[in-house]
Design a protein around this ligand. Structure first.
Ligand code: GAP
Length: 513
């Protein structure tokens, strides 16, 4: 399904609304609707339980969004959490200079892929892609252009050389995507943190930041958590919470927002073991994603530019409708953060290692995923327009959200065959009132059964339970499976036993092991 149709579906079915829409909306802020909040909570629960419940050595916290302003000085965010900004003088629009170069590289890659697809068609079975990439002049030229631009971008970003970045945009002949204008300003560094003011202190002294990552709430609580849980290294601290970034280019729906939610885990380890743990967390996190999404939708992508705190970093990218993009980051953060907080606060943030018989500042491997991006990835993969299973006519289609049952917002919908029939309605409502104690269910009698089925398919409900006239005789109901459309007769008292295990988070958690 194309991206426009996906965003329309998300709104029409109560998943995501534009923030403050009645005032024409606020850019890059979104609200989750009734189905959206259920789905998002389920995704967060999947993450939380796999991290905290299934690891003896990972505990959770929930730190405040506001932190002492020195936190952001120590973490480097005040000085280094910048994006390179460039304005187009004709259109008055603002862009991220590095993104303009990345989009140029994507464009060249598109041309390269086209060249390969053409050759594949021409040579058929005999086509040797690796050989073609090595020898074809056009492919080599495109690859050279991409590599050269990527290298120059990485160098300019690492050196913080805004003039070199401006020069690169000029050399690559990059124009404004909407108007074609090349009338660019200089490139300036733009700090991404939002600031606000404490009520009782005036001026710089009272300046507060909205956290741009949840990780720092974990670092500053390292000693508190150690002292209160008696965890020994290696151990992790996990947290889910809001983060805020004044993104210059905020677009692609909930992919890049100014207010979003992160699920982060900092894993504290002995110095020298970071490579091993980095590899282990890469593998663990990929498995976690594979329980939800197919392998071909996911890939690793090593960072070209390392953040100011990292000595190694990789993204798990997902194939969104606009290409492979970062879904999760795994970073080897060394002892950068704890050392910086130790220096600025004057408080020891160390660990006495009984085996090594020495104290040291622990190293950290971080896993960090955006809950909203995971939501978008999940919708992207699950939402399909398909031929109705078991029907021959290709025109007979339906829209279905093929979510894993454990994350589906509603696990089962209960509907009477006729809405004006007191006995059918009464039995359907009594089933609904019993099942709601076990899992999320919905009662619906506001349309024909066919219409109600389609409505539930569109929001991903794995089971529909229909109460019909036979039900009044034998206390059985029809249970329809969303994916196969198979219908089986089930005794009312067996519904929990039948549906419960199939919608339980345990099955999903197990498949990620
Ligand atoms: N603590 C490390 C950190 O914050 P990051 O790569 O900047 O690293 C981690 O962010 C994850 O947070 C990303 O992989 C992405 O899923 C999510 N994220 C970052 N910026 C975002 C934004 N503006 N909107 C939505 N999600 C975002």
């Amino acid at each position: 399904m194309d991206f426009k149709a996906l965003t329309a579906h998300a709104k029409e079915n109560g998943f995501i609304y534009q923030s403050s829409e009645i005032y024409d909306g606020l850019a890059a802020a979104y609200d989750y609707g009734p189905n959206g909040v259920l789905l998002k909570n389920n995704l967060k629960e999947y993450w939380w339980r796999s991290m905290v419940q299934l690891h003896d050595n990972i505990v959770g916290i929930d730190a405040a969004i506001f932190m002492h302003p020195k936190t952001w000085k120590a973490s480097g965010h005040v000085d280094a959490f910048n994006d390179p900004l460039i304005d187009n003088k004709d259109s008055q629009k603002r862009y991220r200079a590095d993104v303009l170069v990345e989009e140029y590289i994507d464009k060249v890659e598109g041309k390269l892929n086209k060249e390969i697809a053409k050759a594949q068609k021409r040579f058929g079975e005999a086509f040797d892609e690796a050989e073609y990439r090595r020898t074809n002049a056009n492919v080599l030229r495109y690859q050279g252009q991409m590599d050269d631009a990527a290298k120059k971008l990485a160098t300019a970003m690492t050196d913080g050389d805004m003039e070199a970045l401006r020069q690169l945009i000029e050399d690559l002949d990059i124009s404004e995507p909407d108007t074609g204008s090349k009338n660019w300003t200089e490139v300036r560094q733009f700090n991404l943190m939002f600031s606000t003011q404490l009520g009782n202190i005036a001026g710089e002294e009272g300046k507060l930041y909205l956290r741009p990552e949840t990780a720092q709430g974990i670092f500053v609580n390292f000693t508190n958590v150690r002292n209160t849980t008696r965890q020994k290294l290696p151990f992790g601290i996990a947290q889910i919470g809001k983060a805020f970034r004044n993104e210059i280019v905020a677009r692609q729906f909930i992919f890049r927002m100014r207010e979003f939610e992160q699920m982060e885990m900092q894993f504290f380890i002995a110095p020298g073991t970071q490579q091993e743990w980095y590899e282990r967390w890469k593998e663990t996190r990929l498995k976690w994603h594979l329980a939800l999404h197919p392998r071909e939708k996911l890939r690793f992508h090593d960072h070209d530019n390392l953040a100011h705190y990292a000595d190694a970093a990789v993204d798990i990218q997902f194939e969104f409708p606009f290409g492979f993009k970062e879904l999760e980051g795994i970073h080897s953060r060394t002892d950068f953060d704890l050392t910086a907080h130790q220096e600025l606060s004057g408080k020891k943030l160390q660990y006495f290692d009984p085996e090594r018989e020495e104290s040291y500042v622990p190293y950290v491997v971080e896993t960090s995923i955006g809950a909203d991006r995971l939501f978008l990835a999940t919708l992207t993969h699950a939402l399909r327009e398909e031929q109705v299973p078991g029907q021959d006519d290709p025109k007979n289609t339906r829209t279905v959200l093929a979510l894993h049952p454990a994350i589906a917002p509603i696990k089962a919908a209960i509907m009477p065959l006729k809405r004006n029939h007191d006995e059918l309605v009464s039995l359907a409502k009594s089933i609904f009132n019993d099942l709601r104690f076990h899992f999320e269910v919905q009662y619906d009698d506001t349309g024909s059964i066919g219409k109600l089925y389609r409505r539930q398919d569109a929001v991903g409900t794995p089971f529909c339970i229909t109460v019909d006239f036979d039900s009044l005789e034998d206390n059985t109901v029809t249970v329809r499976d969303r994916d196969t459309l198979e219908q089986v007769r089930v005794r009312v008292e067996d519904l929990v036993g039948m549906i419960g295990p199939r919608v339980d988070m345990g099955s999903l958690l197990r498949s990620a092991q």
